[in-house]
Structures are given as C-alpha cells and as structure tokens.
Design a binder for this molecule. Structure first.
Ligand SMILES: Cc1cc2nc3c(=O)[nH]c(=O)nc-3n(C[C@H](O)[C@H](O)[C@H](O)COP(=O)(O)OP(=O)(O)OC[C@H]3O[C@@H](n4cnc5c(N)ncnc54)[C@H](O)[C@@H]3O)c2cc1C
Length: 589
C-alpha cells in the first residue's frame, strides 16, 4: 500500500509553522536547502500569534542587565530542574536573536531614545536575585503576532515550500530507527502524502487542550509529542504543566503578565494586595507557579471575590488610559469583548488557567532528539529534531518564566536549523525506505472510517479534559493522582468505542478532530502518570502530601514511554558551558 501513495522529497521537513518551525526553516532556506514546512493551519494562525507580553533578552535598555543574571533567574525559576548548558546557551544568544528579529522586520515598541522597549516580567532580577529587572522586549501586547508575521514573510522571500493545511499523522521510521520524514494528510481532500526528508524537525507546539480551561488555541493538541511517543521516543518532564495566574475568570483567556509588569496588581475580596504575604520581595511579579498557588489559596480560604467567592481581581485602572492604550491595547480589547468592561475604569476578575507544557520531546541544545534514559552521552535519534513548545531541551525546568518561551522557540529553532545544515553536508542522499511504519499509520487512519453508535469524539474529549482538571490541577495528592491515573487509563481503554457521528455528512475536519483526540489522550496519560510518580513539590508540580522539594531523590528528569506506560529517569545537566553551576537553593521571591 505504501508504494501506491504519492511522494515528495525534500532535504528537510519542518512540521509546524509557529515561531520555532519558521525560524528553523528560515535558516535552512537561506542556506539553500530544499525545505518543506507542513502546518495544519495557515502558518500565521499558528499559536505563536497569540503571544502577548514579549521576549526576554538582557539588552539593558531600561535597567542594568546581563545574560548571566538572566541565566540565574531561569535556573531558579525552573526550580533547578533546567539543564544549565542549554540555559546558558539560550540566555547568551538572546540579545543577538532579538536584534536579528528586529532586522527581520519585527516592529518592537520603542523607548524615547529609539531603543527597543523592555518591560519587567515575573521572576526577573538584577544581580542574581536583587532588584526587579526589565528584560522583556515587547511589541505592545502583540509580540508573538509581530514575530510570526515577520518570520513568515522572510520565509516566503527565502522560498521555503509550504504545505498549508496538511495534517502530519506519523513519523516514518526505518528498520535502523532512522527517521525518514512523515506521512501527512491534505485536510481539504483527505488524501495522504509521504514526505521524505534527510532530516525532520518537529515544531508542533504545546498541548494546552488537555485541560478544560486553558489559554491555548484549539489546535494545541500535542500532535508532535504524540507522534514521538508512537515512534518509541519517551516524553520528558510531562508532570510540569504551567497554570498562568491571570486567565479571565470562568473563561480562561490570557491577561498577559505584562499587565502586572506595567504596574497592575492583584486584590482579594478585602481589597488586600495579598501577594505581599506570599512573595514579600517580588510581590505580584513572583514566578507564575507561586502566584497561581497564592490565588488558589486565597479563594480556598474564603477571600475570593464575587458572589461565589471564586476569583480574585486584577487592578489596572490606576495605570491610566494612556499607559493601558499604549502598552496593553490587545488586553483592553480582549476584556471589552469578553467581559463587556473596561480595565481603564474597573478591576477585572481573574483565576489561574492551564497555559504551557514545560515537558516534551527530549532534545540537546542543537535540537537533536535524544534518548534513551540514563546514558551519557545520550543517544541521538538519527534524522530527528524537535524545537519549541513540543520539545524539552530543557530550559524551563519545572516552571517557565514569562518571556522565555518566545526566546526558546527562536533560539532552538535556529540552532536546529543550523545543525541540520551541517548534517546535510554528510547526509547527501535519501535513505531507502524500509520498515512497516507507513502501513501502521494507514491502518490507524482507517480506524476512523468506522462510524455509527458509540461515544462521540467531542464527548470523549470533554471527559478527558475534565479528568485532567479534576485530578491533575494546581494542587495534587497521592489519592487524587492515583484516582486520576485509573480514570485516564479507563478513558484510554474506551477509545475503541469512539465513533465519528452522522453517517451522511462526515467532513475531513471530523476525522482530524478524532486524530487529535488520539494525540490528546496519549499526552494526558503521559502527564497524569508522570505526575503520580513524582513525590515532591517542585515548580509547577505541587504535591500537598510532599510539600518540599527533594533534591536528594528527585533532582532528575522524568521519561515516560507509551509502551507499557513505563517511567524512567535521567540526570539533570547541571554543568553549564563556560560558567559555574548554580547549585539548588531555597526558592524565595
Ligand atoms: C495566550 C498566550 C500568550 C503567550 N504569551 C507569551 C509571551 O508573551 N512570551 C513568551 O515567551 N511566550 C508566550 N506564550 C508561549 C508561546 O507563545 C508559545 O510557547 C510559543 O509561541 C510556541 O511556539 P511553537 O513554535 O513551539 O508552536 P506554535 O506557535 O504553537 O505552532 C505550532 C505549529 O505546529 C503546527 N502543527 C501542530 N500539529 C500539527 C500536525 N499534526 N500537523 C501539521 N502541523 C501541525 C501548527 O499548525 C502550528 O503551525 C504565550 C502562550 C499563550 C497561549
């Protein structure tokens, strides 16, 4: 059957057209590589477009700064689980990358002296934990939009080949474990296509859709991570899922941390600025896990606002209409559209919402996918790279700092692109296709020809999201997680009963949603099982029954394998490239 499918051949295949994928593709196309980008949505609809607050780089345009302070904050923000070689590389590269983006056309906001505007964000400090820093380079509150559009235009100019609205199903793996490209589906026609490549990069973004209330687009279903799992590659640190403190209460849309960076602050029902109790130094700009837990605690202890006492308030009105309109125009429009209120006049109701996948496909700082567990040096999966939110390099450790993800995607997208260019010098020919991975993918696809009675895709997705919210939220316990594992495995077992409904009018999009559900299920199982296993509190993983961080037993990365739901662990790379390590310390803000 595989030999009957149409084929295209490229030097490199990039799956995903967000900031990570487009930055990698640009490096490749500019080096005259024949590169294809596959995206299930039109590239500029990729989720990077939604990023609001900005991108971190120690430019020191507003306050004193340097990359080493940025590195310290990132290691501390990640609760010492981040790999320090990758963190050093990212923070050192950041200023150069932001200038490159500026030259690519990103219209950053400006200071009066013409330099790029930078705002304070959570967890940023001067001088290794001193006064607040201002490190986040912003294009008003539409930074991701500006970056994505600039990168897309530069790719068009560099003649990158785009497969718009194609859905990647699976990686093609040969008998030696080499990745040879992917099987994709043209969404409009439903026809499969084989794309052969000498190198394949996964840049498919995060998996926020495993939770019911989240800030993510509907497309963030963890497809690339699930493709890796199906190819036998483990996912790393999936228990660490970031809940952003300021989602619109009851709805989940994001109010950027930039709103607090501009001077906004949180209030409970008594009008108390409660973050002063939880983080006396950084207050409202403590790292996100700290602020989210504080809001939960306020609400749980009866100090929440509103008739049901189920949220707190974010006060911005004291900033004045000029600042709000100049620095936070998108936020103001979002609040007006969804809450029918104006932040210029009154505080807004907010509550934590699922936001960012810290875990993902394990990579080194060149973007190469590395496995298996516990080996030094780790083994590289030949032909496969990953970058952006789907990857775990790991620069965010147990908790990502705001502004570091846009940085991660461009730094490691670029690093992966550059490494692929080097590899293409020696891997000059396409390898012959052996193995039966294409047949397995086609069989999986055919499964969704089954229609009729059963659980609908939508119903199963709702059950999955509710289970994740109920059992794997901000605060976790042994009982809750054990029950959660049972529940999610039960749901996984019911996947065979899921059917596409409505015999007469099955659209290709219905089949795509079913395929996305399969991916969501794999990611949810990985997240729940990894969370159940980790018996300590670190960063975003907060165990009420194990409230302390336990470096003796748990300063290690989790690896989850789909086969047998097996868990393994590997050491954290605590040695940076050129400077001294930052050893674990108590994390106070
Ligand atoms: C509301 C919001 C605001 C944010 N603000 C900030 C911020 O201010 N600063 C910051 O640093 N970070 C921010 N983040 C985080 C940051 O935006 C993301 O982590 C980052 O943009 C992810 O980029 P990416 O390239 O990895 O993936 P994405 O931009 O999510 O792109 C994924 C791509 O993969 C494609 N894809 C996925 N699955 C498939 C498939 N099966 N087949 C084909 N294509 C597929 C999609 O079509 C898309 O092109 C924010 C996140 C959210 C949700």
């Amino acid at each position: 059957m595989a030999q009957d499918l149409p084929r295209r051949k490229f030097d490199a295949l990039v799956i995903g057209a967000g900031g990570g994928g487009l930055q990698a593709a640009l490096q490749l196309a500019r080096a005259d590589a024949h590169v294809a980008v596959v995206s299930k949505v039109f590239p500029t609809r990729s989720h990077t477009v939604a990023a609001q607050g900005g991108i971190n780089a120690a430019l020191a345009n507003v306050l004193p700064d340097n990359w080493h302070w940025h590195m310290f904050d990132t290691v501390k923000g990640g609760d010492y689980l981040g790999d320090q070689d990758a963190i050093e590389y990212m923070c050192r590269t950041a200023p150069r990358l932001v200038v490159e983006l500026e030259h690519a056309g990103v219209p950053f906001s400006r200071l009066d002296n013409g330099k790029i505007y930078q705002r304070p964000f959570g967890g940023q400090s001067q001088n290794f934990g001193g006064e607040q820093a201002a490190r986040t380079c912003a294009a008003a509150d539409r930074t991701g939009h500006a970056i994505l559009h600039s990168l897309y235009q530069q790719n068009i100019r560099a003649k990158t080949h785009f497969f718009d609205e194609y859905f990647a199903l699976d990686l093609i793996v040969d008998d030696d474990g080499y990745i040879l490209g992917a099987v994709v589906l043209e969404i409009e026609t439903g026809k499969p296509l084989i794309i052969e490549a000498k190198a394949t990069l996964l840049a498919t973004g995060g998996a926020g859709q495993i939770y019911r209330t989240n800030t993510n687009a509907h497309i963030n279903t963890g497809d690339g991570m699930a493709m890796a799992l199906r190819a036998g590659i483990p996912l790393q640190d999936m228990e660490f899922f970031q809940f952003h403190p300021t989602g619109i209460a009851g709805k989940g849309m994001l109010i950027t941390e930039g709103a607090r960076g501009e001077g906004g602050y949180l209030l409970n029902k008594d009008g108390e600025r409660f973050m002063e109790r939880y983080a006396p130094h950084a207050k409202d700009l403590a790292s996100r896990d700290v602020v989210s837990r504080a809001i939960y605690t306020e609400v749980k202890e009866g100090r929440g606002c509103g008739p049901d006492g189920d949220h707190v308030m974010l006060k911005l009105d004291h900033l004045g209409p000029e600042v709000i309109q100049k620095r936070l125009p998108g936020i103001r429009a979002t609040i007006q559209a969804f809450l029918h209120m104006d932040p210029v006049n009154e505080p807004i109701p907010i509550y934590p919402t699922a936001h960012y996948t810290m875990g993902g496909i394990p990579t080194n700082r060149h973007g190469q996918v590395v496995t298996p567990a516990g080996q030094t040096p780790e083994e590289v999966v030949p032909g496969l790279y990953a970058a952006g939110e789907c990857a775990c390099v790991s620069v965010h450790g147990a908790n990502r700092l705001g502004g570091n993800s846009l940085l991660d995607i461009v730094v490691f997208g670029r690093a992966a692109g550059n490494h692929i260019i080097e590899q293409l010098q020696t891997n000059r020919y396409h390898r012959p296709m052996t193995g039966d991975s294409i047949e397995r993918t086609m069989a999986r696809l055919q499964r969704w020809d089954r229609k009729g009675d059963g659980i609908s895709v939508g119903e199963m997705r709702n059950r999955l999201k509710k289970a994740m919210e109920d059992y794997c939220g901000v605060f976790r316990t042994e009982d809750l997680l054990a029950e959660g594992v049972q529940k999610i495995v039960e749901l996984e077992g019911q996947m065979d009963s899921v059917r596409l409904k409505d015999h007469s009018r099955i659209f290709n999009t219905a089949r795509i949603e079913a395929l996305e559900l399969e991916n969501l299920m794999d990611i949810a199982v990985a997240t729940m099982c990894s969370a159940h296993a980790r018996r300590e509190s670190r960063g975003a993983h907060s165990r009420v029954d194990y409230p302390e961080r336990d470096d003796e037993h748990w300063l290690k990365h989790t690896l989850f394998f789909k086969e047998g739901r097996k868990l393994d662990y590997k050491p954290v790379r605590t040695k940076p490239l050129t400077v001294e390590s930052f050893p674990p310390k108590a994390r106070v803000y």
